[in-house]
Ligand binder design. Structure first.
Ligand SMILES: [Zn+2]
Length: 233
């Protein structure tokens, strides 16, 4: 079932090693069929060079495996919560990519230091708190997902305007309109994290980019009056 989706999600997963975002079997991508309420996700612990499209596991929004020969990614319950709370999300990715994870381990949100960041994210990429012992014991992956969706709600962050979060002492989650778009976002996030790190190295007293510049770059690519690219020709 959902052969096209499985193929797309397989190809999106294979981009993680291609772009240097994963080591060994770390990292996972999923993509959802909203009409059916089912998503395809990478199986747990299978080497990327052995992975095949038919190995993708089909899961429903209660986290039940509907089809698959393998166990789904151990982070599946986090993907479920993101899909349930963010209805426009069509793909989710999790990696331990080096620079984004370094910010997460440092417990810092990534500030917007320039237009590369502003083109993709409106404001900081937030670093969320560590889970409590109770949350970890009760349901680590599910509560990771709930933390992301609840913090975005509480902090008034639009998940379309900031399509990524850093989980403290852990790493990044990113999402997009489909699995490929989510991986594109994870690559961008890693690059933005690397640039921000170097920016602070070169100038430890650096300030965020002026708000007017952030607004200009974000809104020329997003929203009703966007004019970046060829879309308005
Ligand atoms: Zn992880």
């Amino acid at each position: 079932m959902l052969e096209e989706l499985k193929k797309e999600v397989y190809e999106a997963n294979m981009l993680l090693p291609k772009y240097g975002l994963v080591t060994f079997t770390w990292g996972n991508v999923s993509g959802i069929d909203r009409e059916k309420g089912l998503f395809a996700i990478k199986p747990s612990g299978v080497d990327y060079d052995k992975l095949k499209p038919e190995d993708m596991v089909i899961v429903d929004l209660d986290g039940n495996v509907v089809e698959g020969n393998y166990n789904p990614s151990s982070d599946t319950a986090t993907h479920v919560e993101i899909y349930k709370a963010f209805p426009k999300v069509g793909g989710v990715v999790h990696t331990h990519s080096s620079y984004a994870t370094s910010w997460a381990q440092a417990g810092r949100s990534i500030p917007c230091y320039g237009t590369t960041h502003a083109d993709y994210y409106y404001g900081d990429v937030p670093c969320l708190r560590c889970l409590t012992k109770e949350e970890i014991d009760e349901g680590y992956e599910k509560n990771t997902g709930l933390l992301i969706v609840n913090e975005f709600k509480n902090q008034g962050i639009d998940p379309e305007a900031v399509s990524a979060a850093l989980c403290k002492n852990h790493g990044p989650f990113a999402w997009g309109k489909d699995a490929m778009d989510a991986v594109h976002g994870a690559v961008v996030l890693e690059e933005v994290a690397k640039m921000a790190y170097r920016t602070e190295l070169i100038n430890p007293k650096v300030a965020e980019a002026p708000q007017v510049l952030q607004d200009k770059h974000y809104y020329r690519k997003h929203g009703a009056n966007a004019y970046y690219g060829q879309g308005n020709k």
